[in-house]
Write a protein that binds this ligand. Structure first.
Ligand SMILES: [Zn+2]
Length: 478
């Protein structure tokens, strides 16, 4: 690929007002541009990098016989459930961008697919030189400017995305009333939120139950959590095996419950009811009464309603680890990949792996730049090598460069040929900035001795080699 044919709009200076180093470098090195709507769009260098990572992903998945398609996950799931009817058709692996969907005939196949996908993701991140932490169901890279939060437990060493981390509930602030008291309705006009009911009853959030009505993959679910807790959306999805959920609309809620939001509760609830395990063993709590402007006191889970229990609570930094009770520590990070089992025990058994190539590129940049620009590991760089004749007008240098480019390409190496008529200093600066891991420099004096320079972008080490040896070296260093 000739540099002069590629759109690589590098900037002389850092763009103003951009905080993250990777974003700043991606803009400056001409990988990205800011969109009028506020987001970022990818230019050819970024697409070349993505294409190479996607090639690597396909390579690591080869034993699972990936099939390419282009479908949003929710649609792919619907189509697979309707049209994959026989175990004889399975297993299958569908790949749509960074979404990998494995379909299996039974739970054992699903478990194997989950392990295989996890191992493939691990190899992909390793080969790209990314510093990942395994989180049980995924992979995160600790990065100071990361938008996700990695929860780590100094006690047992477990790690998780904070959104899905398992933490125990904090102690309740008021003991439950003693005795087997009967549930009774009381009038709570206009009191809908936990805070309003707390003020009205003088009972804190931890003595109340919060009702959330959600629609998960099309099915309604009532979720009960302690009044002072928040529900973790991803833990909820994992609990019910759904891909996505949304809050029910007010019209759906009134249709199902015959009461308005703010007065809903688990007693006599007409839909599937699940509860956070912090409610197990509690007694005489307050919840909505499924009658507008009424609540119930003395509601006891397990007596007044029979929920399925899961750990649904959203963890906060400092909460006690679900495994060992040690307070969780929060660290900024980026989630690069995640594996989920979907659909429970319904045929076909589904396992979804999500991998973000864009975040991989950001992480690679964040962990390896220097004052001259981006330093990318080879697997995630847009090209393996840039070939730079110091003077593009010199016929001998150009001929030597083109013959090396051809030899490299024939060895399956991705080459960027810097054919621009620019001063050598400009070319070196640009190729350092865009972060191509290797450079072959062709200059008159050395070429007369039959030598070219092989330059390592990261270490800045330079070696003089014959063109054939340089090609061989790049072939072997892959
Ligand atoms: Zn722990």
């Amino acid at each position: 690929m000739r540099w002069s044919h590629l759109f690589i709009p590098t900037l002389r200076d850092d763009p103003a007002g951009v905080e993250s180093a990777s974003r700043r470098l991606l803009l400056r090195a001409g990988y990205e541009r800011q969109l009028a709507t506020g987001g970022f769009g990818q230019l050819p260098l970024a697409m070349h990098a993505f294409e190479r990572v996607e090639r690597l992903i396909r390579e690591e998945l080869a034993s699972m016989r990936p099939q390419e398609l282009r479908l949003p996950v929710a649609d792919a799931l619907g189509i697979a459930r309707a049209e994959l009817r026989s175990p004889k058709q399975l297993p299958q692996l569908w790949v749509s961008g960074g979404d990998l969907l494995a379909f299996d005939a039974d739970a054992a196949g699903q478990a194997a697919s989950s392990e295989n996908l996890k191992a493939a993701l691990r190899r992909i991140f390793d080969r790209c030189g990314l510093p990942v932490v395994e989180t049980g169901d995924g992979f995160m890279a600790p990065i100071a400017t990361g938008e996700d939060v990695l929860a780590r437990c100094p006690g047992c060493g477990c790690a998780a995305n904070m959104k899905r981390a398992w933490a125990k509930a904090l102690p309740q602030t008021v003991e439950d009333p003693d005795g087997d008291l009967p549930a009774e309705p009381f009038h709570t006009p206009g009191r809908k939120t936990i805070a309003e009911v707390a003020e009205f009853t003088s009972l804190p959030g931890s003595s109340q139950m919060k009702s959330l009505v959600l629609v998960a993959d099309g099915s309604p679910v009532l979720v009960m959590v302690r009044g002072d807790d928040q529900m973790s959306g991803p833990r909820f999805l994992d609990a019910v095996g759904a891909y996505e959920y949304r809050p029910a609309t007010p019209a759906e809620i009134t249709g199902w419950f015959g009461a308005e939001p703010g007065s809903l509760g688990p007693v006599g609830a007409p839909i599937r009811t699940i509860a956070d395990s912090a409610l197990k063993g509690r007694r005489n709590m307050v919840s909505g009464a499924n009658r507008t402007d009424y609540h119930l006191r003395n509601v006891t889970p397990g007596r007044d309603f029979q929920p399925e229990y899961f750990d649904l609570r959203r963890a906060q930094p400092g909460d006690p680890c679900g495994h060992c009770g040690t307070p969780l520590i929060a660290e900024p990070a980026v989630e690069l990949g995640r594996i989920r089992k979907l659909g429970g025990d319904a045929f076909p058994f589904v396992c979804l792996a999500e991998i973000s190539v864009e975040r991989m590129l950001h992480t690679a940049i964040e962990t390896g730049y220097d004052e001259n620009g981006i330093c990318l590991p080879r697997m995630i760089a847009p090209f393996d090598v840039v070939v730079t004749p110091v003077n593009a007008k010199d016929d001998a240098l150009r001929a030597a460069a083109e013959s090396i480019v051809t030899a490299l390409e024939q060895s399956g190496i991705d080459v960027l040929y810097d054919d621009r008529d620019e001063r050598p200093g400009v070319k070196f600066k640009d190729s350092d900035l865009i972060g191509i891991p290797w450079r072959v420099t062709i200059g008159g004096k050395k070429l007369a001795q039959g030598l070219v320079e092989l330059y390592n972008r990261r270490t800045r080490e330079v070696r003089d080699l014959s063109p054939a040896a340089a090609v061989q070296d790049l072939k072997e260093s892959r």
